[in-house]
Design a protein around this ligand. Structure first.
Ligand SMILES: [Zn+2]
Length: 63
């Protein structure tokens, strides 16, 4: 079964909070998804923190 985690992030452009589904295959990857509010491309970085909790980092495309 494909394990998914839900995370809430703040868009780096418009500051709106967005719920995203993190799939197992996204972990340790960097990928781009458009903001559901302002439609600008957000770069996502998904990784495990030191306590094994999932961390989702977001940044501007050009940062
Ligand atoms: Zn946005």
């Amino acid at each position: 079964m494909n394990h998914q985690e839900e995370a809430t992030i703040a868009c780096p452009y418009c500051g709106e909070y967005i719920d995203v589904l993190i799939e197992q295959g996204d972990i340790e990857q960097e990928y781009i998804e458009d903001c559901q509010v302002c439609c600008r491309p957000i770069t996502f970085q998904v990784q495990y923190g030191h306590d094994q909790s999932l961390q989702v980092l977001v940044k501007h495309e050009n940062e």
